[in-house]
Design a binder for this molecule. Structure first.
Ligand SMILES: Cc1cc2nc3c(=O)[nH]c(=O)nc-3n(C[C@H](O)[C@H](O)[C@H](O)COP(=O)(O)OP(=O)(O)OC[C@H]3O[C@@H](n4cnc5c(N)ncnc54)[C@H](O)[C@@H]3O)c2cc1C
Length: 296
């Protein structure tokens, strides 16, 4: 396999324009719930006005949020990172906004006591007109390749869709001449949690764009178990492997920590069916910077 000439954009990637000691105070201009009203999962799309600021970002980067208040030791809460869900030109296309996709983090103890995450609660409770302190952007690795007509395979669970929403927008709303294939695999518990459903379904109208969903609590895999994204990958295994053999194919995984293990198992299974040594193949993908993972 030949190493692609360009794996990373040659344009400069913005980095840490705003730091925690001098964050950007950005106003919320849109805030909507993405999950169905009767879903137990609460995920929000939040759009910030960044006009008049120095903030710039590229697709795939993350932004820091400094939640107000102090921790149990009386220290200011630490910043949390969120993948940017908008393309570099923003949802409105004029470079004046930045969007995030945030899940309200709630952990329930065995006795039923609920623990609400500090920053996600702050963000999910925001209203239009409220201000947040933002830092960054950060991240130089999980970004779109500059290779012309690259094939993109993206695998997301839940809010892991955020960077891919940005990738899709860049590819189909800006780089309209791109001829590469796009495969997006999106996993969630049920269809009620299909984030950005109408946008993603619309991208399917492009011949090169394939959007495949896996709803683990509604659908069964071939063995009769829950349908996770890796089972969908296996269903399309041959096509995906043919693509991955080409140096202009890049794979991205984003979402829940732990999802990578299942995906690796899925790819190992596809490889063994095709008589390919997965470890060697995987090593090549990583060495060529064509395997990107961002899990949290
Ligand atoms: C690169 C990167 C990108 C990310 N992108 C996104 C994104 O796009 N969208 C997104 O929603 N998240 C994203 N995250 C995760 C995000 O940064 C936060 O970790 C997440 O929102 C939880 O933060 P929190 O402050 O709400 O929870 P915290 O207050 O930090 O708590 C963490 C968890 O512990 C639980 N908890 C708190 N107290 C207790 C207790 N006493 N006992 C038991 N459990 C407890 C909380 O319910 C929560 O689930 C990303 C993370 C990284 C590193």
């Amino acid at each position: 396999m030949t190493i692609p000439s360009t794996t990373q954009p040659s344009t400069e990637i913005p980095s840490n324009i705003y730091k925690p000691n001098a964050p950007l105070e950005a106003k919320v201009i849109k805030h909507e719930r993405l999950t169905a009203p009767d879903s137990p999962n609460d995920v929000r799309h939040i759009v910030y006005d960044i006009s008049g600021s120095d903030l710039k970002y590229v697709e795939g980067q993350s932004i820091g949020v400094l939640p107000p208040g102090e921790d149990a030791n009386g220290k200011p809460h630490k910043l949390r990172l969120y993948s940017i869900a908008s393309p570099g030109i923003g949802d409105d296309g004029n470079g004046k906004t930045l969007s995030v996709c945030v899940k309200r983090a709630i952990t329930v103890d065995e006795d039923g006591t609920e623990h609400h995450g500090v920053c996600s609660t702050f963000l999910c409770d925001l209203k239009v007109g409220d201000i947040s302190k933002l830092t960054g952007p950060v991240g130089k690795a999980f970004i779109m390749p500059e290779t012309p007509n690259a094939n993109l395979i993206m695998v997301a669970t839940g809010t892991g869709i955020a960077p891919f929403r940005a990738f899709l927008s860049k590819r189909y709303n800006q780089l309209k001449h791109e001829k590469g294939q796009t495969w997006l695999f999106f996993g969630a518990q049920t269809r009620k949690d299909y984030l950005y459903e109408s946008e993603l379904e619309e991208y399917k109208e492009n011949d090169t764009c394939h959007v495949v969903t896996a709803f683990s609590r509604e659908e069964k895999n071939a063995e009769g178990g829950r349908m996770y994204v890796q089972h969908r990958l296996i269903e399309h295994g041959e096509t995906l492997f043919e693509m991955l053999k080409k140096p202009e194919t890049y794979l991205y995984i984003c979402g829940l920590r732990g999802m990578e293990a299942g995906i690796l198992e899925g790819f190992e299974e596809i490889a063994s069916r095709q008589g390919i040594d997965w470890n060697e193949f995987f090593g090549t993908l990583k060495a060529e910077k064509r395997w990107h993972v961002e899990v949290y």
